[in-house]
Design a binder for this molecule. Structure first.
Ligand code: XMP
Length: 522
């Protein structure tokens, strides 16, 4: 535990392997509560006395308490005299250990939406609930509690979960069968808010405190070592770089690999900002000739991605060697990247697209990773960026994929097409900004299509490229819907692109959601 953590009230989340445990942590950060997630195996009695939590949450998990060797917290958790909240599997573990009974799911498994209604046994945990009668919650359980432990009362029930919310108010033990941390339990945050209030948290854990702690952790990890960071100009790698620079100054060098597939003016902006405003040691590796040369004649999307990913590693390695090597590689890995790499079934998931990131680098280069954003979600990274003083215009930028314009240029990539694409994209984004829509949209871009169409301009025939506009709303990029522009906006934008961009004579709007489409065209 860092000194900073020690100076705050701490909440312990005992993890039993639920897919959504990090969401609990996230809900708590939103409430400015300091928490740490620890796998159940590590939560020993010694650990508990050292960590000295002010409250404990037992997470959900895939196991069954009925099985021999089922994961359980140490009994000392219930002797600390602090509030304990069990969620789903956590509820079952509590009941199992405190004298209740859990039965195996025999057709009583319940997944998805359910509605909880109150009983006569009100509890502070549910203050602010049931204002409109019932509350929607998200269930996901196979086993179920058949008898509650002595001292507990039922405060909320649902048709398939009679013990949906139970509480022993004297001991301040609470347990719920559903997942209050997920979006589909819309009032779930209130439940956490009530729980931390019951425990007496003051809400002193802010992004400022997070920043201080992150800086301290980086210093501890890196010592006097050297760190290199592949800066892409995206929000994640930028925030990671600025944070690490704050921690260790010039022990960090950033390498910006310019593959020649960036948008109009983008490389200059990124390099300018980091060199001039942050005085951050930065190598601008202009390798566009190399990348574009190797992509010549290639039209298969996966081949493009593999070429770019492979070259990226080679180029980065070359620059790292020129610097005399480094022990650490910094990455802007976010929590969703961590979740996505673990498939739900535990088996290998199907590769839809080979995502380009620097994931292959550490193994190849034998470097240790510095990943200061690993616990954060995108909007939290943005908040941290703001805390670090990065300009809003930069923090609010739409995501841009590692392979850049290559995957917005289906078919063969040529310099001519890239030039046309850059111009069309700049006009489109300008339109979106002018209409005040930029922040409502998750991502917007133009794709240039591998097809020429006939048009007429003035008195002449044109035979130019067609392009597609894409704009989607999304919360995490995993699912997305097309943005409902007005016809006026689309018409005005099409006219501007055709008038201002030589080489395009037809504009279409892509109205595919994800799934079945993906956000990028390749
Ligand atoms: P798709 O096209 O898979 O994209 O729906 C989902 C989100 O991921 C971005 N994307 C990438 N980001 N490297 C990245 O860093 C990649 O190779 C890559 N491919 C897609 C895409 O822009 C969208 O935000």
């Amino acid at each position: 535990m860092t000194d900073i953590a020690q100076s705050h009230d701490r909440l312990l989340i005992v993890d039993f392997g639920s897919q959504v445990t990090q969401l609990i942590a996230r809900r708590l950060r939103e409430l400015n509560v300091y928490c740490e997630i620890h796998p159940f195996q590590n939560v020993t009695p010694d650990f508990l006395s050292e960590f000295a939590p002010k409250a404990v949450i037992l997470s959900g998990g895939p196991a069954s308490v009925i099985d021999e060797g089922a994961p359980l917290p140490p009994p000392e958790v219930f002797e600390l005299g602090v509030p304990v909240l069990g969620i789903c599997y956590g509820q079952q573990a509590m009941m199992h250990m405190l004298g209740g009974q859990v039965l195996r799911g025999d057709g009583t498994a319940e997944f998805g939406r359910a509605y909880v209604t109150p009983t006569d046994h009100a509890t502070d945990l549910l203050t602010g609930w049931f204002l409109e009668g019932r509350e929607q919650v998200w269930m996901s359980h196979g086993d179920h509690v058949a008898r509650i432990a002595p001292g507990f009362e039922v405060s909320g029930t649902s048709p398939n979960a009679p013990f949906a919310v139970i509480a022993d108010v004297n001991r301040r033990f609470y347990a719920v069968q559903f997942h209050p941390e997920v979006h589909h339990t819309p009032n779930g945050k209130t439940l956490y808010e009530n729980f931390v209030k019951i425990a007496g948290f003051t809400g002193d854990w802010t992004m400022e405190a997070y920043r201080e702690q992150a800086v301290q952790k980086i210093r501890e990890q890196v010592g006097k070592g050297r760190v290199i960071c592949a800066l892409s100009g995206g929000v994640d790698s930028s925030v990671a770089a600025v944070l690490i620079h704050e921690a260790i100054g010039d022990q960090l060098t950033c390498v910006y690999v310019d593959h020649g597939l960036m948008r109009q003016g983008e490389s200059e902006q990124v390099v300018g900002m980091f060199r001039e405003h942050y005085n951050l040691p930065l190598i601008h590796a202009d390798e566009s000739e190399l990348f574009l040369g190797r992509l010549e004649g290639v039209s298969d999307p996966e081949t493009k991605r593999k070429i770019i990913g492979g070259l990226f590693i080679d180029v980065f390695q070359k620059h790292a060697d020129e610097l005399g090597g480094a022990e650490f590689l910094a990455q802007g890995t976010l929590y969703p990247d961590v979740i996505e790499s673990v498939s739900f079934s535990g088996g290998p998931s199907v590769t839809i697209k080979s995502h380009h990131n620097v994931g292959g680098l550490p193994e190849k280069m034998g470097m240790k990773l510095v990943e200061p954003l690993r616990e954060l979600f995108k909007d939290e990274v943005r908040a941290l960026g703001r805390e670090l003083g990065l300009p809003d215009s930069f923090i609010g930028r739409h995501p841009f994929p590692g392979p850049g314009l290559a995957i917005r240029c289906p078919g063969e990539i040529t310099r001519e097409k890239l030039e046309i694409l850059r111009k069309a994209d700049a006009v489109y984004i300008d339109q979106i900004r002018k209409h005040g829509l930029y922040d409502e949209i998750w991502q917007a871009f133009v794709a240039i299509l591998p097809v020429r169409t006939v048009g007429v301009m003035g008195d002449g025939r044109t035979y130019d490229f067609a392009c597609a506009l894409r704009a989607v709303t999304s919360v995490d990029g995993m699912t997305a819907d097309y943005y409902p522009f007005t016809h006026e906006f689309l018409g005005e934008t099409a006219t501007r692109i055709i008038n201002e961009v030589k080489g395009i004579n037809r504009v279409t709007y892509d109205i595919t959601s994800k799934p079945p489409g993906t956000i990028e065209w390749e």
